[in-house]
Design a protein around this ligand. Structure first.
Ligand code: RIB
Ligand code: CA
Length: 309
């Protein structure tokens, strides 16, 4: 039997973050070592509380380390309450987790874990990339110690979702994302080119709640707010499985078609936050996901969530 993959998810929970983390909890091929929190959909203190709440709800045996509260160079952004609700989980009743984050901050924890599990650790950031850039700055060997970084973010040909050019996670810290793309790490980018193809309508969440009444039911309750946001911007086909797609790509890369492209991030001007091809000849190519087996990804999403309760 192959050993489960060691994974850390860097997250700003967030409704689709919750879906991704519950999916990882139901996937036997994943050994989830920790969650690191980051500002983004909510303030970082709320992201840490939400991460702890998800760990406790899913009965996960993993730590939570708190990360950055603002981008590297830009002032703090307001949270995305209109997309994810005031506390990040739509309209579900607030609940205070029992546990606490570890004392180490996210970047220190990432550096330590990448050294301890050299060549084995997959890192899956599903929020802004500030913690990952800080880890790269803290330890020159970090990028080569991690086996791969599988990022939910960016867009090569699909346009943006927070502006017409930029995807939200990259937009919220373009300088950090550029540091990550300039590093020597092996990187997969799971961006809007594929996540805009993977849609879940309300009926999918009914099915998930039927198969896993407790945790699937929690996701269904959260999804009401998320789907309402999508409809408010004219998207009636369902919400995108952004963050679950990235976590699924960590373990099932064959479900995605990739294109090798060296990347840089536009850090100022009208197109700030856009991920574009870098022609300097100095950067290693990123495996950018451009195609996806939508039915297979959705089937896996349903199947692993169904094991949760
Ligand atoms: O653009 C989608 C990303 O932005 C997801 O990670 C979502 O949770 C938000 O952070
Ligand atoms: Ca997210």
């Amino acid at each position: 039997m192959t050993k489960p993959m060691k994974l850390i998810i860097d997250t700003d929970p967030g409704i689709d973050d919750a879906m991704a983390i519950f999916w990882a909890a139901g996937e036997p091929g994943i050994d989830l070592l920790g969650l690191t929190s980051i500002f983004g959909n909510v303030h970082v203190a709320q992201a840490t509380r939400n991460a702890l709440r998800l760990v406790e709800a899913a009965g996960l045996n993993c730590i939570v380390a708190e990360g950055a509260s603002k981008p590297l160079n830009l002032p703090a952004f307001p949270p995305s309450h209109h997309v994810h609700g005031d506390e990040g989980f739509g309209d579900i009743p607030p609940e205070h987790p029992k546990g606490d984050p570890i004392k180490e901050n996210a970047a220190e924890y990432l550096v330590r874990m990448a050294r301890a599990h050299r060549g084995e650790l997959i890192l899956c950031p599903i929020g802004p990339l500030t913690n990952i850039a800080e880890a790269i700055q803290l330890d020159p060997e970090f990028a080569s110690n991690v086996a791969r970084i599988v990022i939910m973010g960016g867009s090569l040909e699909a346009g943006g979702n927070i502006t017409s050019h930029a995807e939200a996670n990259i937009y919220h810290d373009p300088h950090a994302a550029d540091i990550v793309f300039a590093s020597s790490a092996a990187i997969t980018l799971v961006g809007l080119d594929v996540t805009h193809q993977i849609l879940c309508p309300a009926s999918d969440f009914d099915e998930i709640a039927m198969r896993a009444p407790r945790l699937g039911g929690m996701l269904k309750e959260m999804s009401v707010f998320y789907l309402a946001f999508y409809e408010s911007v004219g998207k009636f086909g369902g919400c995108s499985l952004h963050d679950p797609a990235a976590v699924i790509a960590c373990l099932y890369p064959d479900l995605f078609e990739t294109r090798p492209v060296p990347l840089k991030v536009i850090t100022q001007g009208d197109e700030v936050g856009a991920t574009v091809q870098d022609d300097s000849g100095t950067r290693a190519p990123v495996d950018v996901c451009m195609g996806v087996d939508v039915e297979a990804v959705k089937a896996l999403f349903f199947e692993r969530l169904a094991r949760l309760d």
